[in-house]
Design a protein. Structure first.
Length: 186
């Protein structure tokens, strides 16, 4: 059995019980404003999706992004089996979809609301999304309650609109972006 010495940081860190660390972690992460995406996939004729804020770019060559999906989410196993995923970045106009995709009681409504098409890989693509990344899962890492899926981007669909209003999430609330005026330099 391999044992690992605690890092210097771990030896200096104050000792907190797991529940307290989890509560503090959640409180801190609520302060991080994030864009909102619908993660969608399909396998053997079954479409699945979920609302996510844990989406990030990983590499430009090859273009790759990551999504973090709770293993208890209904879409998790569909993504895992199919190896395909569509990351649909939402605008403020798509807010109602967050309620539909965020509640298991509304699962039957998920692809009935909004305009959908299939990507080249077969994952559902929301036509009103600001941008959609059509991905093939190339790697996955399981950690704790979640799986981190790395998706190599094979196509990107970008909205034609000149101005978009991205949907954001922070502190348990949906928000919209406001452009700030840069301070005048003297």
């Amino acid at each position: 059995m391999l044992t690992q010495e605690p890092t210097r940081a771990a030896r200096r860190a104050p000792h907190r019980e797991l529940k307290e660390r989890v509560d503090l972690f959640k409180a801190g992460m609520r302060k991080l404003a994030s864009g909102v995406a619908l993660i969608t996939s399909a396998d053997d004729g079954h479409q699945a999706g979920l609302v996510a804020t844990a989406v990030n770019s990983v590499s430009m060559d090859p273009p790759t992004l990551l999504i973090c999906v709770n293993q208890s989410a209904s879409a998790h196993d569909v993504i895992d089996r199919s190896g395909i995923v569509s990351v649909n970045l939402l605008s403020t106009a798509d807010l109602e979809l967050c309620d539909v995709f965020g509640r298991s009681t509304r699962r039957d409504e998920r692809f009935k609301l909004g305009e959908w098409r299939s990507t080249a890989f077969g994952a559902p693509r929301l036509l009103t999304a600001i941008a959609v990344f059509d991905c093939e899962v190339v790697h996955k890492v399981t950690h704790g309650t979640h799986t981190i899926f790395l998706g190599e981007v094979h196509d990107v669909h970008i909205a034609d609109a000149d101005e978009v209003e991205p949907l954001l999430y922070m502190d348990r609330a949906f928000m919209q972006l406001k452009k700030l005026e840069a301070p005048q330099r003297t």
